[in-house]
Design a protein around this ligand. Structure first.
Ligand code: HEC
Length: 212
């Protein structure tokens, strides 16, 4: 008798506790009472930061992930490695040594891509034919026309350097164009400057797939 009563009390108080905790008012995303919150809500560890009060004791700077060693290059990203510095010496060295990678063969496809990217990113200043007559050119008189000796004689390495770092009033396109895209744009710039060359023949102007 005594035990029956005790069991009834335990069962009914458990049932009440469950009712109280599970039924309440709807609370949107709130799951109600959680008995072991750590099981549901695990601590969010960010890979490169750590809450100050709980620094990681193994890695330097209390971080959860180790910083990659200097000059690490992510897999398949070798083309992002650019050894020339943003200095006049780096620019001269790029002009002298840097050439279009053999993997980026000039085809109708790369030229079409180059034209597409040029029309979006470059034509507002350089003009759709590279004659420095884009909408912005009226405000920026220092934009060189591709018909000038300066651009006619510019090595592709210099173009790549300028597109990567920018030059005076021209900004850097490193965050906009991948290295491959930069070379595609350069192929199109080369085509435009052939067309813009003073005294260029019709044949040179029409030739869009000529290899370098
Ligand atoms: C905001 C206008 C602007 C845009 C957009 C722009 N440029 Fe330029 N670009 C300039 C100016 C100005 C110069 C001349 C910089 C100087 O010599 O002071 C220049 C110079 C150049 C040169 C000659 C660089 C050298 O080393 O002598 C090339 C090649 C060139 N731009 C290509 C491009 C390409 C390709 C794009 C698109 C990805 C582009 N530009 C976008 C303004 C622009």
């Amino acid at each position: 008798m005594k035990y029956k009563f005790l069991t009834a009390v335990i069962v009914s108080s458990l049932a009440t506790a469950m009712l109280v905790s599970s039924c309440g008012k709807s609370r949107g995303n709130d799951p109600g009472t959680e008995y072991m919150p750590d099981m549901y809500v695990s601590e969010a560890y960010e890979p490169l930061t750590q809450p100050e009060e709980k620094p990681n004791t193994i890695n330097p700077y209390g971080m959860n992930m180790r910083v990659a060693p200097a000059n690490t290059i992510a897999r398949n990203q070798l083309s992002y490695y650019y050894p020339y510095e943003k200095t006049p010496e780096g620019y001269e060295a790029a002009k002298k040594e840097l050439r279009m990678p053999a993997t980026i063969e000039r085809t109708a496809k790369t030229l079409t891509k180059g034209k597409h990217l040029y029309d979006i990113n470059c034509s507002p200043c350089h003009g759709d034919q590279g004659l420095a007559d884009g909408a912005v050119a009226a405000k920026l008189p220092s934009i060189p026309s591709y018909a000038t000796d300066r651009i006619q004689n510019l090595e592709v390495g210099g173009m790549y350097h300028t597109i990567t770092y920018g030059l005076n009033l021209m900004g850097s396109y490193a965050s906009v164009l991948t290295p491959e895209e930069r070379w595609c744009v350069i192929q199109y710039v080369e085509l435009l400057r052939t067309k813009a060359k003073p005294g260029a023949t019709e044949a040179a102007q029409a030739d869009t797939t000529k290899k370098n």
